[in-house]
Every structure is written in structure tokens, then in C-alpha cells.
Design a protein around this ligand. Structure first.
Ligand code: TXA
Ligand code: MG
Length: 320
């Protein structure tokens, strides 16, 4: 991929404002939180999120945590409930991510949640992260700021070692206080379930909302483990990948300048064969074509390199 010049700046009022403007423009900025450094992008901007997945170099789309200033901003994107409000009052800002159903008209781009009906949200307890959220004016989607397969960074230097040349800026705020990622708590079902342990413990949570459910036992919409994710990714009608023709009644999800002929309806992931554009369009177009009046969805081949690998992973899961 094209190399980007990565600036590393000590976090000051001025550099935080510049970083906020970059986020607002759809660029990628790594920033410190109390847990680990996050790689941030405007959560409402699909192209920025696609670029973020590209910079991470991950072979599949993972749902990203959406960072917010506090409970009021969270309530604009997810359906908060009593448990969430109590936990936020006790632990936010802090290392607790809560997974909740997306709101209707949720402004966060579907790619940030990897196409799931839930989103993980958290308010980071770090002045630089809070300043960046204020400066950008939008919720910020941020996974840990490392290339896929590298360990999570807890200093600006770690971030540079992993992502130099792939992102626009690193805000250096010194070492992270907690040093491990946030606790991820699924609140999308009747029983709260811990999906990833972290600094906020099960006992801390139970003291506020009562006993938790056991992982894997509830009717949750969240993937408890990656192996369980396939089910959530399936389309309602059959979907076939690497199509070389369109069969009777099928809709076509095309890629590139030459869509196959003969489809009932055609949507094109990217007429110019741009994987970033294709990733941005993927979930919305899959939803749009997933209608019972079509016999199925034929998807043209997407080159299996870079972001194309994540796109193909998602399509293969949908084809199951
Ligand atoms: O401390 C942290 O959480 C750091 C800082 C930057 O905030 N972020 C972080 O993000 O560790 P990441 O992307 O490396 O890990 C996010 C975790 C993943 O295990 C992901 O599967 C889970 O959160 N997650 C996010 N949204 C989810 C959802 N809707 N359903 C289930 N799990 C979700
Ligand atoms: Mg990570």
C-alpha cells in the first residue's frame, strides 16, 4: 500500500486540535488512552474506517470499539438501558466497554461494527483521548494501534514501530496507566456477559448490576468467540462468491469496471476496483440485495490481497 508520512507529536492543546481536524477529515490518528494506544478514525465515516482496517493489515473485519465522551454521547448511537447507565455512572470514564444494540438512525458506519447489530462503546479515562473526542466532534472508532499480529502498544514509540508509514499522526501522551485493554461486557441480551476480561472485574460489575451470565449461554447478538460469528454474517438468501455468470433471478454484487450482464439488479462495490471503496460499501450493499424477491446474490471476485482479504472473509462467511 502507499506509504504515508507519519508525524509523531507530543500531545498539547495545539497538536490535539490538529489531530481532531485530521480525524474530522477522515484521516487516521493514534492516541493514548488509559489502557493502550488506540488507532482512531471518525466512526461515522466509512472510508476512514476502511482505511483503518487497511492500516491494521488484518485479514478480516473485527467490530471496533467506539469511543465517546460519556453516557449522553453513547445514548446517541446505542440503546442504553438501566444496567448500562449504572455501570457508566460507576466506571466511566474508564476501562469498561459495553456492547449494546445500535440505535435506529445510528450515525456510526456499519463497517465500524463489522456489520453486527450491536456496537461496543466506551469513554476513555485519559485527558488526551477526551480532548481528541472534543476536537474532532465525532465518536471515534479505535482498535489497539498495532498492525495485526503485533502486541498492543502502550507508548507512542510502540505505535511508530508497528504503524509508521501507515497512519497520519501519533499523539504521544506518554505511557498508558493501565497497560491492558478494557473489559468488554455484552449487555445486548438479558444477562450481562464478559467477552474479554480487563481492569474492571466480574466482581466489580456484579456489585453494581448483580450476578452475570456465563459466557456462551445467553441469547446474545454479540459474537462470544470468533467461531460463533459465522451465523451472524449469513444473508437471508443464498450468496455465491467469485461468480463468473449471473443465474436466473439473481442480483449481482459487482466489482470493477465490467459488471457481469444479465442481473435483475446490480450494485457495484467499486467501479474503479478500489478496495477501500468496496469495503465502505460492502455491508450496506449486502443488506440492500438481501431480499426474498431475488433467487440469490452473485458476487464477482475481489482480489484476495490487502483489504480484499477482509472483504473475502466476510463474503465467505455470508456464503455459508
Ligand atoms: O482498551 C481498549 O479496549 C482499547 C482502547 C484503544 O480503547 N481498544 C481495543 O480495541 O482493545 P480492539 O479492537 O483491539 O479490541 C476490541 C474488542 C475485540 O475483542 C472485539 O471483538 C470486541 O472488542 N468488540 C467490539 N465491538 C463488539 C461487538 N459489537 N460485539 C462483540 N464484541 C465486540
Ligand atoms: Mg487489539
Amino acid at each position: 500500500m502507499a506509504q504515508t508520512k507519519t508525524r509523531i507529536e507530543t500531545a498539547t492543546a495545539v497538536s490535539i486540535d490538529q489531530a481532531g481536524a485530521l480525524i474530522h477529515d477522515g484521516r487516521l490518528v493514534a492516541f493514548p488512552t488509559e489502557t493502550v494506544y488506540g488507532l482512531g478514525a471518525d466512526a461515522t465515516n466509512g472510508k476512514a474506517i476502511a482505511a483503518l482496517f487497511q492500516a491494521k493489515g488484518r485479514p478480516k473485519f473485527n467490530p471496533l470499539i467506539v469511543h465517546v465522551v460519556g453516557i449522553d454521547s453513547a445514548a446517541r448511537i446505542v440503546a442504553t438501558d438501566d444496567r448500562c447507565e449504572k455501570l457508566a455512572a460507576r466506571f466511566w470514564p474508564g476501562p469498561l466497554t459495553m456492547v449494546l444494540p445500535r440505535n435506529r438512525n445510528c450515525p456510526v458506519h456499519e463497517l465500524a461494527g463489522a456489520g453486527l447489530s450491536t456496537l461496543g462503546v466506551r469513554a476513555p479515562d485519559h485527558a488526551v483521548a477526551q480532548g481528541l473526542l472534543a476536537a474532532s466532534g465525532s465518536p471515534i472508532a479505535a482498535p489497539s494501534a498495532n498492525r495485526s499480529g503485533h502486541v498492543s502498544p502502550t507508548t507512542g514509540r510502540h505505535v511508530m514501530a508497528s504503524l509508521d508509514g501507515h497512519i497520519d499522526m501519533v499523539l504521544d501522551g506518554g505511557p498508558c496507566r493501565v497497560g491492558i485493554e478494557s473489559t468488554v461486557l455484552d449487555l445486548s441480551g438479558a444477562h450481562a456477559v464478559i467477552l474479554r476480561s480487563g481492569a474492571v472485574t466480574e466482581k466489580d460489575i456484579a456489585d453494581v448490576i448483580g450476578p452475570l451470565g456465563a459466557a456462551g449461554t445467553q441469547e446474545s447478538t454479540a459474537p462470544v468467540s470468533p467461531g460463533m460469528m459465522g451465523r451472524h454474517y449469513a444473508t437471508g438468501i443464498p450468496l455465491r462468491t467469485e461468480a463468473r455468470d449471473v443465474r436466473p433471478g439473481e442480483a449481482l454484487l459487482a466489482f470493477g469496471p465490467d459488471p457481469l450482464p444479465g442481473a435483475e439488479t446490480t450494485l457495484n462495490l467499486s467501479p474503479s476496483s478500489d478496495p477501500v471503496e468496496a469495503a465502505t460499501n460492502l455491508f450496506a450493499m449486502m443488506h440492500e440485495l438481501d431480499r426474498p424477491e431475488y433467487a440469490g446474490i452473485a458476487v464477482m471476485a475481489v482480489p484476495d490481497e490487502g483489504l480484499g482479504r477482509a472483504i473475502n472473509d466476510r463474503l465467505r462467511r455470508a456464503a455459508h
